[in-house]
Design a protein. Structure first.
Length: 374
């Protein structure tokens, strides 16, 4: 928008008509004081400012405008009928003006100057947008690099822990063999097996991340019965966590077309997280619901919960909630992989949580889960 400031109504009307005829949006002010009030309320690309005005003259208005942070970059063209000497023109530039035109105004020249300022303004605006985008990209890459470094550190620690445990149990096994102590031998073998299973899960997650990054995470989608899958997973999880009651509500009688192994991976991830982050509790609820075109599966725990501002981040790659990261093991990629699996089935994942009351992680997928990426 252009602001024309002139105490002569005829000048305001004629300039306004010419500029509006060339599709410029125009505002007017008949005094310096009125102009300053409008500058405070509105944003202008250009101000055409008469020098000789009662009260505040054009130079004083320009100096005042330059003090407003919002209007500091606004271009100003001075118009003057009397002050055509070099010293006045110089004062105009020093007051913040970018051009000085003497009256009577040559409308063709004024229009050329206005168009030039608008072109400069558009170029400047685009440069600012590009600069902001570049700065955002740099910050994003910095954050990604920090997350990657943190992940490498965590992964190294998480992989080393079961390896160290297995190494210790192997040494104990050697001693038990020498002593012929079969019961102790079996106990150490069982503990080593648990650690090897943890190591296998970590390596599987790392491989899945690599496949996702390279676009090679494959799916084998076939019809299967979700109820049968849930019952099987619940039995497996209960065997390794007998102290927890896994209570399922709802049924889905129809078959789902999807990758059964990958959907099982998501459900196991949700259930193991529910148990891990629910110390001091003994129940996890699995809610299943047929919603016509899609099926809903939610895993509800009664554990520590997640703050609302952190919930949007839990499915991001390498994200670990800071308050829990120091208490619980994990790479922080299980939920990211789960989200990718559900997305590739044309569905969505989410979480509902209240700190101190627990969380419900859920997914919703169509019965015929075929996506464009397959």
């Amino acid at each position: 928008m252009i602001l024309i400031v002139d105490d002569t109504p005829e000048n305001l009307i004629s300039l306004k008509k010419v500029l509006e005829k060339h599709n410029f949006e125009v505002d007017t002010a008949s005094s310096g004081e009125e102009a300053l009030k409008k500058v405070l309320k509105n944003e202008y690309v250009l101000i055409i400012l008469d020098v000789q005005m009662p009260g505040m003259d054009g130079f004083e208005v320009a100096e005042a405008i330059s003090g407003y942070s919002k209007a500091k970059e606004t271009a100003i063209i001075f118009l003057s009928a009397a002050n055509t000497e070099t010293k006045f023109i110089t004062k105009g530039y020093s007051s913040g003006g970018l051009d000085y035109i003497t009256k009577p105004v040559d409308m063709d020249i004024l229009l050329l100057k206005v168009k030039t300022f608008y072109r400069i303004y558009e170029q400047s605006r685009k440069l600012i947008e590009i600069q902001k985008a570049l700065l955002d990209e740099i910050e994003f890459r910095k954050q990604a690099e920090r997350k990657k470094d943190e992940f490498i550190s965590i992964a190294s620690h998480e992989l080393k822990t079961p390896l160290t445990s297995v190494k210790g149990y192997v040494q104990l096994l050697e001693r038990s063999i020498d002593k012929g102590d079969v019961p102790t031998l079996k106990k150490h073998l069982a503990k080593a097996q648990v650690q090897l299973e943890k190591l296998n899960e970590l390596i599987t997650d790392l491989l899945d991340i690599s496949k996702i990054e390279s676009g090679k995470l494959k799916f084998n989608k076939q019809p299967f019965v979700l109820d049968d899958l849930l019952d099987s997973v619940i039995e497996i999880i209960h065997q390794s966590n007998p102290e927890f009651k896994l209570l399922k509500t709802g049924t889905v009688s129809r078959e789902i077309c999807g990758d059964e192994m990958r959907i099982e991976q998501v459900i196991i991830n949700f259930l193991t997280n529910a148990i891990k982050y629910s110390p001091g509790t003994s129940e996890v609820h699995i809610n299943v619901e047929d919603r016509g075109e899609s099926v809903y599966v939610g895993v509800r725990d009664f554990g520590i919960g997640i703050d609302e501002e952190l919930q949007k981040n839990v499915f991001e790659k390498f994200y670990r909630v800071e308050e829990t990261a120091i208490h619980f093991q994990g790479l922080g990629i299980g939920l990211y992989i789960s989200a990718e699996i559900i997305t590739r089935h044309g569905g969505e994942v989410g979480v509902k949580s209240i700190p101190g009351e627990g969380s419900e992680f859920y997914f919703n997928i169509p019965f015929n889960a075929i996506s464009e990426k397959d």
